[in-house]
Design a protein around this ligand. Structure first.
Ligand SMILES: [Zn+2]
Length: 73
């Protein structure tokens, strides 16, 4: 009788452990999606926040709107 109870406890521990592993893997995938998300940068010229893809990188690691390209310089 004691052995069967031990078996049930071991099965329970295994189920919880496998569920926890699946949950952790799903959490890691979520973190990856966060890293792939669009970065928001601030324009050094007018202070507007915009996605990095729509901004232009400047030499001093700052960004500006692409529209400033045509006007100044
Ligand atoms: Zn701007």
């Amino acid at each position: 009788m004691g052995f069967s109870r031990l078996l049930v406890v071991a099965l329970l521990v295994w189920v919880v452990w496998s569920l926890w592993r699946r949950w952790r893997r799903a959490g890691a995938r979520g973190d990856g999606q966060v890293q792939q998300a669009v970065r928001i940068v601030k324009c050094a010229q007018c202070g507007v926040y915009l996605p990095e893809g729509d901004a232009r990188a400047l030499r001093d690691a700052s960004f500006e709107c692409k529209s400033h390209d045509q006007t100044a310089r």
